[in-house]
Design a protein around this ligand. Structure first.
Ligand code: MTE
Length: 307
């Protein structure tokens, strides 16, 4: 039996490579089979992603939950909107510009990004600030792989991210529900942590538009809104960057936004959560269950102040 040790990324066995067909329901598998000859290079690369030992062994949510009940305000504020209104969004061609406090600023094409580091499958628990959670098999690699390439300077203390601005393809950007483009940020040590990944796929395939195609951040110990989708800009900064949700409601959404059952949202408790697909609620864990890996990043900080 494979014993998963989240703190030990070594020892990946050939048997850990997850056959894609195990994931896909029969209908989807057959459809992909027909389209097989047309599969893009990145989809093929995703096939060979190794299962990371940072993965949880918890039951994975069905693809349908992950792709049809989620938040992507650029496509509307209802949970069904991202799937319903992201069909016209074009995730290619695509570039991500990385600049600011770095020695080697650079603009990466999506093809360069797909090959930047070995792809891994990371099955992560994800906890939305609204009180629901899912388990998602992401495909990606550590954000640190990209940051190391551009060489942050000693003044690069934070990492700011921006989503693409395309009101023609993203109907939600035509309303003022948030200050567009969507912005997020991490402290540099959070960004360099091996659990923080850039995801380019899920369920053994490229990212669906509604989940942040073609490339998005995934930070599993923070509330879901930190995991910014469809990234086009990454900037290293000396000061904490402005973030969309903090700008919208600073009393409700702090910069850190670590999952914390002991700090309630001003309008609701964060002590429990509903795993999508389950009836009974479960207790929310500090740092979403990743405390053994990340709690030391916050040693000495009052997490009620730095929420
Ligand atoms: N990124 C952008 N650009 N726009 C958004 O509205 N929503 C966030 C986050 N990233 C959001 C975003 C929220 S609230 C959540 S819970 C997660 O995306 C959901 O990601 P998923 O649906 O792929 O799990």
């Amino acid at each position: 039996m494979l014993i998963r040790r989240p703190d030990d990324p070594d020892g990946i066995l050939p048997s850990d490579i997850t056959p894609r067909e195990l994931y896909l329901d029969r209908r989807r598998f057959l459809a992909l089979g027909a389209a097989g000859a047309l599969m893009s290079a990145d989809a093929l690369a995703a096939l060979s992603a190794k299962k990371s030992l940072y993965s949880t062994a918890e039951k994975i949510n069905p693809l349908k939950d992950i792709t049809s009940y989620n938040n992507f305000y650029e496509f509307g504020t209802d949970k069904e909107d991202p799937a319903a209104y992201s069909g016209a969004f074009k995730p290619r061609p695509w570039t991500v510009a990385v600049d600011g406090e770095v020695m080697k600023p650079r603009t990466f094409s999506i093809d360069e990004l797909l090959k930047l580091a070995p792809l891994e499958e990371r099955v992560y628990r994800m906890r939305c600030v609204e009180g629901w959670s899912m388990v998602i098999p992401w495909i990606g690699y550590p954000l640190s792989a990209l940051l190391k390439l551009v060489q942050p300077t000693s003044r690069g203390k934070y990492v700011a991210f921006e989503t693409v601005m395309r009101p023609n393809e993203m109907p939600g950007q035509r309303s003022r529900v948030l200050a567009w483009p969507y912005r997020e940020g991490l402290r540099i040590d959070e960004a360099m942590h091996p659990l923080a990944i850039l995801a380019v796929g899920l369920y053994g395939d490229v990212l669906p538009n509604q989940n942040g195609a073609p490339i998005r951040l995934v930070v599993p110990w923070k509330y879901g809104f930190k995991s910014i989708k469809s990234i086009v800009k990454i900037r290293l900064t000396e000061k904490p960057p402005a973030t969309s949700w903090n700008l919208a409601a600073p009393d409700e959404y702090g910069f850190y936004s670590n999952v914390n059952p002991n700090v309630d949202h001003p309008r609701w408790s964060q002590a429990r959560e509903r795993r999508i697909g389950e009836f009974f609620k479960r207790d929310t864990l500090p740092f979403n269950g990743y405390g053994a890996q990340v709690a030391q990043l916050y040693r000495g900080m009052d997490l009620k102040v730095h929420f």
